[in-house]
Design a protein around this ligand. Structure first.
Ligand code: CTP
Length: 408
């Protein structure tokens, strides 16, 4: 298998924004574009005005199959190019070659062209392949700016040593396109760390029917559980998502989604899924009680004479799975508390035979039901120290949970 072929799978279908800046190495961007396209990626090229002095946009638009973006507006039509849309579209943003000037602008947020503006809006991984003269590379300002980019989580594809355009010999030559492709592919590959694993997730509330028009429920919206299921699927897992009634949430392609309503139904599906699962993450807010009796007609205010509803205990899904856990299976639960947070969570961790519990407190602003953010602590059964995280988006919390689940 050739190097390019081995990259094919991880880059297939990926959205790559390729930012080209004004340096001699810009000519190599044509080969880079071609290799991304051959590997099955979609490429949108953005060029700085100076880059157009080194290589023509026509070459890049022909190779990428998309018009090159150079400015905020297309001069003849007035069409606006949205850097925000591009930033959301990109799975990876690759700046190659990256001049000292663009690196400085990226490091300091100087958004005076389409490339840097799109960079600031990008949520995908950013790769920077510097290319400049030997002395520029060694300058303290370049070093500081590169360190700043690293501190933002950007990946620097270090330049190679060799003869430079100035005929000086040293470090500064842009890494070869084949190696840039490998670095980007390796990033997507490493994120496939759940390949071959089956992850069961419960999410959302349960509804316990009182009569045909009423139920006992709770405020859970399912956002946290869906974020976990989507993150696990993106990282290559086979995902079984057992979801209570929720609205407007998207699932990644390939997720096996089972919609249920009551705790009994959720238990039945979860038990079935648990037979195949390596890991179960139970984020559902399961109703603890249900009406002892379902009344099959609408209870009338005057005629029914009902004053109270007799309740019976629902099954505890987490505890049931915990009691039947096979060797090597991992069980993760949630605890949403309002007081005595830590001791309640630790009690649940042991009572339900969990390996890890995700504690969130309703006393923390931005945590809990309905909001797009969460603030959690992870507590482990094997005695490793508790981890306390700051307020983050639920997608980021899902990443933290899965990263730590992998360490179990
Ligand atoms: N859970 C479950 N089945 C239930 C109740 C809870 O699977 N019938 C799971 C939740 O999905 C969560 C964990 O158990 O992962 C803790 O849920 P929580 O409602 O906090 O626990 P309870 O045991 O119901 O405790 P309490 O209501 O006393 O806080």
């Amino acid at each position: 298998m050739t190097n390019t072929e081995s990259c094919t799978n991880s880059l297939k279908g990926k959205h790559i924004v390729l930012g080209i800046t004004g340096g001699i190495a810009a000519y190599k961007a044509a080969v880079l574009t071609r290799l991304f396209i051959k590997a099955g990626a979609e490429v949108q090229v953005i060029m700085t005005p100076n880059a157009c002095e080194f290589i023509t946009p026509v070459t890049l638009s022909t190779l990428s199959g998309k018009p090159v973006i150079k400015e905020f507006f297309t001069a003849n039509t007035g069409e606006w190019h949205s850097h925000v849309d591009l930033g959301l579209w990109a799975d990876a943003f690759v700046v190659a070659p990256a001049t000292a000037s663009t690196i400085g602008k990226m490091a300091n947020g100087i958004a005076d062209n389409m490339l840097v503006t799109s960079y600031l809006s990008t949520r995908g991984k950013v790769f920077v392949a510097p290319a400049m003269d030997f002395d520029m590379m060694l300058h303290p300002s370049t070093k500081r700016n590169i360190d700043l980019l690293k501190s933002y989580g950007n990946i620097i594809i270090e330049p190679a040593e060799g003869e430079l355009a100035s005929h000086l010999i040293g470090k500064g030559r842009m890494e070869e396109p084949e190696n840039i492709i490998k670095a980007v592919a390796a990033y997507f590959d490493s994120k496939q760390d759940l390949k071959g694993k089956c992850v069961l997730v419960t999410a959302g509330p349960t509804y316990e029917k009182i009569d045909p028009v009423r139920f006992i429920g709770n405020y859970s919206t399912g956002k946290m559980g869906y974020a976990i299921a989507n993150e696990a699927a993106k990282r290559g897992a086979e995902v079984i998502l057992v979801s209570g009634p929720v609205e407007g949430l998207q699932v990644e392609p390939g997720i096996e989604l089972h919609k249920v309503e009551s705790a009994d139904q959720m238990l039945a599906m979860a038990q079935q899924g648990f037979e195949r699962a390596d890991v179960a993450i139970l984020s559902a807010a399961v109703a603890d009680y249900r009406p002892a009796e379902y009344i099959d007609h609408k209870i009338k205010r005057e005629k029914s004479g009902i004053e109270s509803i007799q309740l019976v205990k629902n099954p505890d899904i987490a505890a049931t799975l915990g009691a039947n856990k096979r060797n090597g299976q991992i069980l993760i639960g949630f605890a949403l508390e309002t007081d005595n947070e830590n001791s309640n969570a630790i009690d649940k961790l042991h009572r339900k035979n969990l390996d890890m519990i995700v504690l969130n407190s309703l006393r923390d602003a931005g945590a809990g039901f309905g909001v797009p953010t969460n603030k959690v602590s992870l507590i482990f059964a094997d005695g490793r120290p508790q981890l306390d995280f700051p307020l983050k988006s639920k997608a980021e919390v899902a990443t933290d949970i899965i990263d730590n689940m992998l360490k179990l």
